[in-house]
Design a protein around this ligand. Sequence first.
Ligand code: ASP
Length: 329
Amino acid sequence: MNSNAVIAIHGGAGTILRTSMSASAEADYHAALNAVLSAGQRVLADGGSALDAVSEAVRLLEDCALFNAGHGAVYTAAGTHELDAAIMDGRTLDAGAICCVKRVRNPILAARRVLERSDHVLFTGEGAEAFAIAQGLEFVDNSYFDTDARYRQWQLAREQQRPMLDHDAATLASTASNNDDPMPHEPIDPNRKFGTVGAVALDRHGHLAAATSTGGVTNKQVGRVGDTPLIGAGCYADDATCAVSTTGSGEMFMRMVAAYDVAAQMAYRQVSLEEAAHDVVMNRLPKIDGRGGLVAVDAQGNVTLSFNTEGMYRGFARLGEAPVTAIYR
Ligand code: ASP
């Protein structure tokens, strides 16, 4: 049994506006991250697989309105929600993903079913929903994903007539609102943050897994897909190297094949997880203006929580130890 079992999660990266942060909002984020890590830790402690731990962690993050995934997802230019998710098993390199779904309550569960019960890796839109229905997954009306905070971000992004990263739109909302309005007071400057969620884990059997889920970017064009559901861009896991989940400006993470690049650098350059993640996040992504970060774990249980923004909602938990959570650099 591997005694280094560990889970790490993120809930988005971005610019910190300490001035617009309320102590209670910060406490809410820490509490949410702690609860998710504790749940993941329990799965691992019970001998569950890394795949089970990351599925459960991301499902809980999707259900939490603080994060841009599942309930609390951002709005498209049409005022709807389109969700993307991916999951990968480092033991077998099996992977499953869905994108542009509108009614699947927990996209990560649909991605998991694709991994386990289909011959394919990625389903989109109606086909993805038909698959999820056939799998008996829970369906909701698209309005289930609505929240006032994201609606306000969308209105402001529309006024600016451009797509905005979740955190960018929220900062704008924060700036535009008055101090009596508690919603936009997020610890990370919401106009400059990326609210995707993700988890990586090493289980007691020595296996790795990664999962990522998102609503994408505020005011995105209908049909736009980012890095999150693309294996190798927003999510990657291989027992031989590491498990990675990313958050940030999706187009740049796609162009850099960011998650896979961390694993590839470990394999081909034989560098540590820390060094590979640092190179991708601090050297390569910034060359094309890629902003954001990632969480990753290797087969020895080393964890890295790396980001090139001012902050990233993040944390990790080792078996038998209290979870560690953080927001700022
Ligand atoms: N990477 C996500 C996307 O581009 C956004 C995010 O991380 O918040 O869809």
